[in-house]
Design a protein around this ligand. Structure first.
Ligand SMILES: Cc1cc2nc3c(=O)[nH]c(=O)nc-3n(C[C@H](O)[C@H](O)[C@H](O)COP(=O)(O)O)c2cc1C
Ligand code: SF4
Length: 439
């Protein structure tokens, strides 16, 4: 049985309750940080542990914190809980099961970067999760772990929970800040980077839920323990959201470096493929990641190995699809998502996603594929790549590029037969997200 870091207490009955959390060592890491460590010492610890951001880029968290300009205040910490990448549902579970662990992580991280106001930005549809967080925040205030003069140290901290309106682009850090400021959620030009000029023009750190949920554990158990998990360059564990045609979809916390094959086939994780059908496509890091094929299951799940294999770990959403799936139709469905979520600010993304989906819809759903369509698709995504204002547009290129590179014959077949091959997509990419009502 592999030891867990982020999900360690998730099976403790009622761990979301403040009293139960306290009986399991809750807020001890915060107490230690606030009373026995300087902010710089906390930053150094997180840096030495090698914690990498789980929001997509895998950027070292302690290094990011170190980018804040000296002596410029106020500063802000934003916890990114927009979690809208298709196939990603681990942040939701972390909050749902153990909200105090996240709040403790946010508070310690705020202390480390010397900020006094932190926001948790929750995806609009996460009504229950936001309410769970708000309740837990109130309990932390009542116990004296938030508010003025925390534990008599003179340190003040407020945490606010803010719900977005359900736009994927608001997970992008600068769009998130625009949204938080009450503006339209569209990305800002970078530089300046948020660490220099972020929320309200002040130095700001944005970190993902899972990233911050690691922080109390690192303080509690130390650098050596943390580094005993994972690989040298990708230390620790990752909560992978496994979905698609596997027998046991769900969130699985495993040390970085486990082979993809084990995540899919091990009885304690994916439990193999439904009806024993072969793996055709794996999208290892959410819809934005280039695809792998069933021949690449030996690749290990860490930032370096996946990059070497031509893809990325991204949000850790592993979508596994069997041989009934049509690659052109999968590309169409993925690009429909990007078209829908394009914020419309820049032309290559706004127009490019529109044209990609228009052509793909005609080729797949209308069964009217033409030989010149391949050239049109390549032309459009070539003009998009490298020319979009933010990474959403760049990501929209990945599905169609992957499909054309790995399964060109399926496009040829569409053209030859003039109708879709088989396997329209009907899988549940987010099996854990059940409270989607925007109440
Ligand atoms: C279109 C788009 C959507 C994103 N959505 C999320 C998201 O839902 N959650 C998240 O943590 N990061 C998301 N990111 C990445 C954030 O911009 C940012 O890099 C991240 O929150 C930093 O946290 P980390 O350092 O802990 O990884 C998104 C990026 C892009 C381009
Ligand atoms: S790339 Fe797309 S999402 Fe990003 S700014 Fe341009 S239009 Fe908006």
């Amino acid at each position: 049985m592999i030891e867990h870091i982020v999900m360690r207490d998730q099976d403790v009955p009622n761990i979301a309750d403040f009293g139960v959390y306290m009986r399991h060592g809750g807020y001890e890491a915060l107490r230690r940080a606030f009373t026995a460590m300087t902010p710089a010492e906390v930053v150094a610890l997180v840096k030495d542990a090698g914690l990498r951001g789980r929001g997509g880029a895998g950027f070292p968290t302690g290094v990011k914190w170190g980018f804040l300009p000296q002596g410029v205040f106020p500063r802000y910490l934003l916890c990114n809980c927009d979690e809208s990448e298709p196939g990603t549902f681990n942040n939701h579970q972390i909050i749902d099961r153990n909200p105090h662990q996240l709040i403790e992580g946010v508070a310690i991280s705020a202390y480390a970067i010397e900020c006094h106001t932190a926001y948790i930005y929750a995806r609009g549809e996460f009504a229950t999760a936001a309410r769970t967080l708000e309740h837990a925040v109130q309990q932390a205030y009542a116990a004296g772990f938030l508010g003025k003069n925390i534990l008599g140290t003179g340190y003040d901290l407020d945490i606010h929970v803010h719900r977005g309106a359900g736009a994927y682009i608001c997970g992008e850090e600068t769009a998130l800040m625009e949204s938080l400021e009450g503006k339209i959620g569209q990305p800002r030009l970078k530089p300046p980077f948020p660490a220099v000029a972020g929320l309200y023009g002040k130095p700001t750190i944005i970190n993902n839920v899972e990233t911050l949920a690691n922080v109390p554990r690192i303080l509690e158990k130390g650098v050596e323990w943390y580094r005993s998990f994972g690989t040298e360059k990708s230390p620790g564990t990752k909560v992978f959201s496994l979905s698609g045609h596997v027998n046991r979809p769900g969130n699985y916390e495993i040390p970085f470096g486990l082979p993809l094959h084990d995540l899919i086939y091990s009885p304690e994780y994916g439990g193999g493929m439904k009806n024993d059908r072969p793996v055709k496509i794996v999208i290892p890091g959410g819809a934005s990641a280039p695809w792998l094929t069933g021949e690449q299951l030996d690749v290990t799940l860490d930032y370096e190995a996946l990059a070497k294999a031509g893809t990325m770990l991204g949000s850790g959403a592993v979508i596994v699809l069997n041989d009934t799936v049509s690659a052109p139709h999968l590309a169409y469905k993925m690009d429909e998502f990007f078209k829908h979520e394009s914020c419309g600010k820049c032309t290559p993304c706004r127009e490019g996603t529109y044209f990609l989906t228009k052509v793909l819809h005609r080729m797949t759903e209308e069964a009217l594929a033409r030989p010149e369509d391949i050239g049109t698709l390549k032309d459009v995504y070539t003009q998009m790549a490298g020319n979009c204002f933010c990474l959403l547009g760049e990501s929209a290129v990945m599905p169609i590029k992957s499909a054309l590179r790995l399964f060109p014959h399926e496009f040829d077949e569409l053209i030859a037969r003039g109708k879709p091959k088989t396997g329209l997509i009907s899988i549940d990419l987010q099996p854990m997200k059940r409270d989607m009502s925007p109440v």
